[in-house]
Design a protein. Structure first.
Length: 158
């Protein structure tokens, strides 16, 4: 990981990093925006997961529900990625040494790969077996809550 340190240093000490770090209200504003995006993403994913588990909206076809929620999920994902980059830039060196950051990045990579390679395809199907639906739902819940928990722990544990 030591070969990555110059990149982290460049991010934080470059013009954008300095801008984020120098404005007292900038980071909390980014964090608020980030949490809004996380709420959109987790909210829509959880609704789909609860549908997959048969807990709610069981009379609505899964593919129809997924289609209806897709714009909100996409916006949530865009907002968290966009704001997350700027949040990172302001505290990149702290992130470099934070185990929680590396866990979050690993889980985020897993979450994005899972979301775009399997989850979106699975929720567009109305003929998913109950077993596959349960596995899909629990995998999505675990990975996205893991991303959120690891992200939140960066501020507490580093």
């Amino acid at each position: 990981m030591s070969s990555l340190y110059p990149f982290f240093d460049w991010c934080q000490n470059g013009p954008l990093g300095q801008l984020v770090a120098s404005r007292e209200a900038f980071f909390p504003g980014l964090e608020t925006f980030h949490l809004f995006g996380l709420t959109l993403l987790l909210g829509t994913v959880m609704v789909l997961c609860f549908r997959l588990l048969g807990i709610m909206l069981v009379r609505q076809p899964l593919s129809e529900l997924a289609s209806d929620l897709q714009p909100y999920t996409s916006w949530g994902l865009f907002i968290i990625l966009f704001s997350g980059v700027f949040m990172f830039i302001g505290v990149a060196i702290k992130c470099y040494g934070a185990t929680s950051f590396w866990i979050k990045m690993a889980l985020l990579a897993v979450g994005l790969i899972f979301h775009f390679t399997y989850f979106r395809k699975a929720v567009r199907r109305d003929d998913l077996s109950p077993r596959a639906a349960r596995i899909t739902a629990w995998a999505a819940i675990l990975v996205w809550l893991g991303v959120a928990t690891a992200g939140r722990s960066i501020g507490f544990f580093g």
